[in-house]
Design a protein around this ligand. Structure first.
Ligand code: ATP
Length: 262
């Protein structure tokens, strides 16, 4: 069953954005690429963002996560207004409460996978060294890469590297994980494994916001948000509790994209 439940009906709001505007300056001209975006993400929700190339998906993700400042509007994570924090406070808040998974994980090439995964927690002195390794072991075991812990990034496959990137993002038990095309550089099998891992982590309570061009990724979400020209044009809630088989969800996403002309 495909439903159209309002996001705020599905649980407590974790992340909420109101009136986000963002411009870039190109050749001396300001070009607005987010035209007043409102978005609420409930605690525990898995939301994907779809839209044509250039519609503003990455800009939205960067704006919501505080990676880039916005020109107008507010973003709140729980009861903290991110848009009111100083750059240092925002950086601390991001490290503590947000995880990031990009298309190409940027692991340090001279450190093994385990060392890479514990690195930022070590630098920030989160827990004891034993705590950090225990957390990394738990994540890497679940991701199926514990046996590869001593390998250098260049000695593993793209899918294994991405799994390491996800472990690194999850080390501090973030409130929300932001993903920008996390399966974009992977073959179909590796992409499926990454998707299954993200879905499992979400079922265990991690809130996710993932930008993707891949309908199979989008269809795993609780809700798909569609962007057109810097605005949220539509959204589709995929009800997990209804009798929806995988392909039905993919079909629903494709049908909505066609209707929107994406
Ligand atoms: N740093 C920048 N300077 C100038 N323009 C930018 C910058 N970053 C993005 N843009 C422009 O903003 C618009 C939205 O870009 P954005 O990367 O958010 O789109 P997208 O939907 O994520 O695209 P894609 O699917 O191709 O990754 C595009 O027109 C892009 O050229």
């Amino acid at each position: 069953m495909i439903t159209t439940v309002s996001p705020t009906d599905t649980g407590t709001a974790l992340l909420s954005a109101r009136g986000l505007r963002k411009s870039f300056t190109l050749d001396g001209q300001d070009v607005e690429v987010l035209h007043g975006v409102d978005l609420t993400i409930a605690e525990g929700e898995f939301v994907t963002v779809m839209g044509a190339s250039g519609s503003g998906k990455s800009t939205l993700l960067h704006s919501l996560s505080g990676m880039d400042p916005v020109d107008a509007g507010t973003v709140r994570l729980d009861d903290v207004e991110l848009t009111a924090l100083s750059p240092d406070e925002l950086a601390d808040h991001r490290r503590e409460h947000m995880g990031f998974v990009f298309q190409q994980p940027t692991l340090l090439r001279d450190l093994g996978l385990l060392e890479n995964i514990v690195l930022t927690s070590s630098l920030d002195r989160v827990g004891t060294p034993a705590d950090r390794v225990a957390r990394a072991k738990e994540l890497m075991t679940r991701a199926g890469i514990w046996d590869l812990r001593a390998r250098m990034p260049a000695q593993v496959s793209g899918g294994q590297l991405q799994r390491a990137g996800i472990c690194r993002a999850l080390m501090r038990r973030p409130r929300i994980v932001f993903g920008d095309e996390p399966t974009g550089a992977l073959n179909r099998d590796s992409a499926e494994q990454i998707l299954a891992l993200l879905a499992e982590l979400n079922r265990e309570g991690t809130t996710m916001l993932v930008v993707t061009h891949d309908v199979r990724v989008a269809a795993r979400a609780d809700r798909v948000v569609f962007m057109i020209d810097g605005r949220i044009a539509d959204e589709l809630t995929l009800d997990d509790r209804g009798p929806v088989a995988g392909p039905a969800r993919v079909d629903a996403v494709i049908a909505r994209m066609r209707r929107l002309g994406i």
